[in-house]
Design a binder for this molecule. Sequence first.
Ligand SMILES: N[C@@H](CCC(=O)N[C@@H](CS)C(=O)NCC(=O)O)C(=O)O
Length: 217
Amino acid sequence: MSKPLLVIGNKNYSSWSLRAWLMLKHAGVDFDELRIPLFVEGYKEKLLSCSPAGKVPVYRDGDALVWDTLAIGEYLYETHPLLWPVQREARARARSVSAEMHSGFVTMRKLMPMNIRARGRKVEISAWLEADIARIKTIWRELRTQYAGEGPWLFGSYSIADAMFAPVAFRFLTYGVSEPGAVDEYVQTVARDPLVQAWVRDSESEQEVVDSFEVGA
Ligand SMILES: N[C@@H](CCC(=O)N[C@@H](CS)C(=O)NCC(=O)O)C(=O)O
């Protein structure tokens, strides 16, 4: 039987691709990757030939086709239950912060696009952007304080919530967002993850430059 397949975009820019890829890698799934560079001639047709939504990531496992990052996470959870915290209240909270990431932080996603290779970029911090950043810092600070004794990840052990916030750690690194203590330590935990480092190496070897993601001076 052929391996499951994850279709992704550019590793440097595609934050949703990174999230699904990390969920699969942390679950220990053996899968193939198909990379479709985004925003170049003909890319949309290629995406639509893989996914009805015309977006990445999309995951094919035998007859199952799963598009949308959180749906991929829930699909994996059915066979890899440690992807969410074991304790029910923690699991509800992990699902809540992950859903908050999935549907929210629109200003940050627009004004601070993920750009893994870039460092030292500065963007204007509007009140809306500041509110998104403050909320993320609060989520990370509170979770890391509560679960400090159980491991380095948001809920102690690695969970889908960490995959959901991994691209935000890169945004903090790219645009110089910092808060000494639990927040900066969590960013470093993400950056030191060997799986994240493998993704970063691949993103550094990509040649495409997408102007709309190259923001900040
Ligand atoms: N809600 C979707 C969002 C997926 C998404 O927006 N993917 C972007 C790449 S990060 C994409 O495919 N963009 C190409 C396009 O919209 O044409 C998810 O969670 O997977």
